[in-house]
Design a protein. Structure first.
Length: 97
């Protein structure tokens, strides 16, 4: 017990780390493929590049965390454009499309 007392430096113990607040632009989104063919999903980056983020099987879905203003496009396995969606935080922090 004396060792514990001797180790005190007169300062309060450090506070535990606090959880940083969630980004208000963050959105959890579920993309649903209603069709009968697999789709490839791409996020459109700041330089307009298509960044592959996953595939959605026929009659399946994919869950992503994204941010307000991010745009996604969907292509069939042949690379043909099928659809596009831009995230809008005004539709809620959890969305289904």
């Amino acid at each position: 017990e004396m060792l514990l007392i001797d180790s005190l430096d007169g300062k309060p113990p450090p506070s535990p780390p606090t959880k940083s607040p969630e980004d208000p632009n963050k959105v959890s989104v579920v993309f649903q493929n209603q069709g009968h063919l697999k789709l490839k999903s791409y996020w459109i980056g700041s330089s307009n590049e298509e960044v592959h983020v996953g595939e959605i099987g026929a009659k399946d879905s994919m869950v992503l965390d994204s941010f307000h203003g991010h745009t996604f496009i969907f292509r069939n396995e042949g690379g043909e454009f099928v659809g596009q969606h831009t995230i809008n935080k005004d539709h809620g922090s959890m969305q289904q499309h």
